[in-house]
Design a protein around this ligand. Structure first.
Ligand code: NI
Length: 176
């Protein structure tokens, strides 16, 4: 079922999400189905449970070959629960981000270029990956949602924050 995505300004987006305690339950599978439906409907690259009002440490993300992200590296479809992120480099790189909770806008956000992420999938099987580039950026963005952080809070220069149609006139760019 497609769920309503909370928008920036909703206090629920600022809360710390709780760890999930039980895996592979009907409730978790129903939550993930709703998250996938909602993300697909909005052509998003990722979604965190708090964005649909569920305060649990559950995120999904994935980017395939998508004409709306022509330059994006592919990111495998992933369910990541109770994540722990460890930067593998002090190096930060700035690039444009959007968010389904901040529709119509884009901002330039610094992120670690390389990181390791650990956590669990929906069955409770461990995930442990070291990634870089766009994959690393997507993971950092989604996991920020679990700590009540929205990307505009990380923008260093608000001159690099604005409406998509004004920043990138004539380009067909997805909302997320
Ligand atoms: Ni987001």
């Amino acid at each position: 079922m497609i769920r309503e995505v909370l928008k920036m300004g909703d206090r629920r987006l600022l809360q710390q999400a709780r760890p999930l305690e039980r895996f592979d339950t009907p409730e978790l599978h129903a939550l993930l189905e709703d998250m996938r439906d909602t993300m697909a409907h909005l052509s998003g690259a990722g979604l965190a449970a708090p964005q649909i009002g569920v305060g649990l440490q559950v995120v999904i993300f994935g980017v395939g070959q998508n004409p709306r992200y022509p330059d994006a590296e592919e990111v495998p479809d992933t369910v990541l629960i109770n994540p722990v992120l460890t930067p593998l480099s002090d190096e930060l790189e700035e690039d444009w981000e959007g968010c389904l909770s901040v529709p119509g806008l884009r901002g330039m956000v610094p992120r670690h270029t390389r990181l390791r992420y650990q956590g669990f999938d929906e069955k409770g099987s461990p995930i442990d990956r070291s990634v870089d580039g766009f994959h690393a950026r997507v993971v950092q963005h989604e996991c920020d949602h679990l700590n009540g952080i929205l990307y505009p809070m990380r923008i260093r220069d608000l001159a690099n924050f604005g409406y998509i149609e004004a920043l990138f006139p004539g380009e067909d760019i997805a909302d997320e």
